[in-house]
Design a binder for this molecule. Structure first.
Ligand SMILES: Nc1ncnc2c1ncn2[C@@H]1O[C@H](COP(=O)(O)OP(=O)(O)OP(=O)(O)O)[C@@H](O)[C@H]1O
Length: 259
């Protein structure tokens, strides 16, 4: 019996303090659009956590508040113990944010762009070169890294931007719709990059997606957002079991259908 308990403990994930604590977030745009109506969740170190939900649910608003780009109307979010409202500077030191519609300087090559961005974060040339080397590897662009960004396809650009976001090894990577607009092959590549990078460097990832099926492959835990509220939270397996569904889309439809 003792042996059995020890074995079980060895395989259970041991959670430390959460890296991200979101509490009662509300956002009202222009005094009338109630985009978030009290969002609360926690993300633990090393996790890939997905905010999923349909268009307009409030995913981007939540991510932008955690990335300190937008102020909440009420509530707060803490990253590594620092409040986005009271200590945004400390939060920014710990995060790397990839917006959904991010672009890059199209007249630079991919390599020059990575060097340029790494220059803001690296403490010396060696550090910068290491970051760029890492990013080239993450991007998987091979020799194309030396081509001008204006010649890149959407998938290549997204891979470059994901590499740029991850190369600084942030405590928290915030990725808004990382695979949006990509074809199946490029979306799969990006998902693999995120997963392997998070595991290798223990980078915590908070991402959003309206593609509930892809999130099952990628995320350890998810929160489903609908009309500014979290309507379900757990691992994909937990949610599918609880709602007797074969995928997260079905979970969503079952919950929303019951409302
Ligand atoms: N700057 C803004 N001004 C006014 N309303 C806004 C603004 N940004 C977002 N909204 C509204 O807030 C709500 C939530 O939008 P948000 O972009 O956070 O949703 P989302 O889940 O990210 O959607 P999508 O998947 O379409 O990107 C929507 O009703 C949207 O129209």
């Amino acid at each position: 019996m003792i042996v059995y308990i020890l074995k079980v403990q060895a395989v259970l994930p041991i959670h430390s303090d959460p890296l991200v604590v979101v509490e009662g977030l509300e956002k009202i745009y222009s005094g009338k659009i109630h985009a978030l109506k009290g969002i609360s969740f926690k993300v633990y170190p090393g996790e890939i956590f997905g905010l999923i939900g349909p268009n307009g649910a409030g995913k981007t608003t939540t991510l932008r508040i955690i990335a300190t780009i937008l102020s909440p109307t009420r509530g707060d979010a803490l990253v590594d113990g620092f409040s986005v409202s009271k200590n945004p500077g400390e939060v920014r030191k710990r995060i790397s944010y990839l917006p959904e519609e991010a672009g890059a300087y199209k007249y630079l090559t991919g390599y020059e762009f990575l060097e340029f961005i790494a220059g803001f974060f690296a403490e010396n040339i060696e550090d910068r070169n290491n970051m760029v080397r890492e990013a080239v590897k993450i991007s998987g662009l091979g020799d194309k890294i030396h081509d001008k960004i204006k010649t890149y396809s959407k998938g290549m650009l997204r891979r470059l931007l994901i590499a740029k976001t991850l190369m600084i090894k942030p405590k928290l990577a915030i990725l808004d719709e990382p695979t949006s607009g990509l074809d199946v092959i490029n979306a799969m590549r990006v998902r693999k990059i995120i997963k392997s990078y998070s595991r290798e460097y223990n980078v915590t990832v908070l991402l959003s997606s309206h593609n509930m099926l892809e999130v099952e492959f990628l995320c350890d835990r998810v929160a489903i957002i609908h009309e500014g509220r979290i309507i379900a939270e757990g691992s994909p397996v937990e949610l599918k079991t609880k709602y007797e569904a074969s995928n997260l889309e079905e979970v969503f439809m079952k919950i929303v259908g019951e409302e």
